[in-house]
Design a binder for this molecule. Structure first.
Ligand code: ZN
Length: 109
C-alpha cells in the first residue's frame, strides 16, 4: 500500500535521509525524521503507539534525537495522521531505540 505523507517536505526528511546499497548505508543526510513504534511511556504518556524523531547526526555515532508531535513543515498533528505500521522505521526496546535500514539494525541509546 502506498504511503501518503502529510506533506512533501516531511516525506523527503523521512524517505531521502539514507542511501542504502545492498543493505549497507552508503550516505546519510541529516537531520532526518524517523517514525518508530513501541513502548515509550516517557515520551508519549502511553497514549500513542508511535513516536516521531528528528535525528541530528550519523546513526553510527548515536546522535541526539528530538521527539516531535507536530510536523515542522505543515503543522499536522503527527499522532493523528500516522497510524499505520507501513511508516515504521524502528522500534523502542528495553535497551533503547533500534532503527532499521535495509538489512541492518542500528541501536540508538
Ligand atoms: Zn507535514
Amino acid at each position: 500500500m502506498k504511503k501518503r505523507y502529510c506533506c512533501e517536505r516531511f516525506e523527503s526528511y523521512v524517505e531521502d535521509s539514507l542511501e542504502v546499497l545492498e543493505g549497507q548505508i552508503v550516505a546519510e543526510h541529516f537531520p532526518s525524521i524517523k517514525i518508530v513504534k513501541g513502548v515509550a511511556d516517557k515520551f508519549n504518556n502511553g497514549k500513542n503507539l508511535y513516536s516521531f524523531l528528528i535525528i541530528c547526526g550519523f546513526i553510527k555515532d548515536n546522535p541526539p534525537t528530538i521527539v516531535i508531535a507536530f510536523c515542522p513543515f505543515c503543522g499536522k498533528n503527527l499522532f493523528k495522521y500516522y497510524k499505520d505500521d507501513k511508516y515504521v522505521q524502528g522500534t523502542w526496546t528495553d535497551v533503547g531505540l533500534q532503527l532499521y535500514y535495509g538489512n541492518t539494525v542500528y541501536n540508538v541509546k
